[in-house]
Design a protein around this ligand. Structure first.
Ligand SMILES: *Cc1c(COP(=O)(O)O)cnc(C)c1O
Length: 237
């Protein structure tokens, strides 16, 4: 299937999952408390970030031709290879860093990316802020939460979030827009998405970056603002 078809199918799947969950035939039947319908009566679907890591230039160009404009990469150097020239050609691209960040890559990351989804520790938050100041580029950021409290995963633990958020916002004046998570692989993702949603709601102004190829429909149902989709959209890596 083409990337354009995948793109359509994914949007359709997200919509279908929401209608199905609320036993609704049409968007106007979705109850208000779901928080998924905007003031104009339209369904609020997440913005799709096409995750282009390890994809060919041809696939990336096909995705651009299909109208995708938000792209995600998890490594700074690979992202430069994919996007330095393409960004100069398309001024409406939004590039998201979704992978862990090392201090020595922060300078290049701040120069290239538009949104950082992986702020996960004090040190990187400090270095990011200093570099943003130096470059005069205050990027919107997301705090990565280790929602399943897994040893091998990065992110702040759920009980650390309040302090870390206060540190980022009050001490550093980082522009924290929301929370990001990657749930444990072999468990149903929905409960983790609900948990992250609760944490975001507790701070009322936080958005949500959650959902990948295997679970984007559940993420949409839980109110994701961004879903990060690689293989289901661009094909196998
Ligand atoms: C690779 C990656 C994705 C996309 O994964 P798919 O399963 O291919 O959709 C999403 N988020 C992060 C952080 C990733 O590293």
């Amino acid at each position: 299937m083409s990337i354009a078809e995948n793109y359509q199918n994914i949007e359709h799947e997200m919509k279908r999952a929401i209608l199905h969950f609320y036993c609704a035939d049409k968007v106007s039947d979705i109850p208000d408390y779901a928080g998924l319908v905007d003031a104009g009566g339209a369904l609020k679907l997440p913005q799709i970030i096409a995750v282009s890591k390890q994809q060919s230039g041809a696939r990336i160009d096909e995705a651009l031709a299909a109208g995708l404009r938000h792209f995600g990469e998890n490594k700074v150097q690979e992202a430069q290879k994919h996007w330095a020239e393409r960004k100069a050609k398309h001024d409406d691209l939004v590039l998201h860093l979704i992978g862990p960040l090392q201090s020595n890559k922060v300078k290049d990351a701040v120069a290239l990316f538009d949104v950082i989804h992986s702020v996960d520790r004090e040190k990187i938050a400090r270095v990011l802020k200093a570099e943003m100041d130096a470059q005069g580029r205050q990027l919107p950021c997301y705090i990565q939460v280790n929602i399943g409290e897994e040893e091998q995963k990065s992110g702040v633990l759920p009980h650390e979030l309040d302090d870390f958020l206060a540190f980022c916002r009050n001490d550093l004046s980082l522009d924290i827009k929301g929370l990001m998570c990657i749930p444990p692989v072999d468990e149903p993702a929905g409960i983790y998405f609900s948990l992250l949603k609760k944490m975001a709601d507790a701070h009322d102004d936080l958005a949500l970056s959650m959902g990948m190829s295997s679970d984007y429909a559940e993420a949409a149902l839980c109110g994701a603002d961004f879903v990060r989709i690689g293989t289901a959209l661009l094909g196998e890596r």
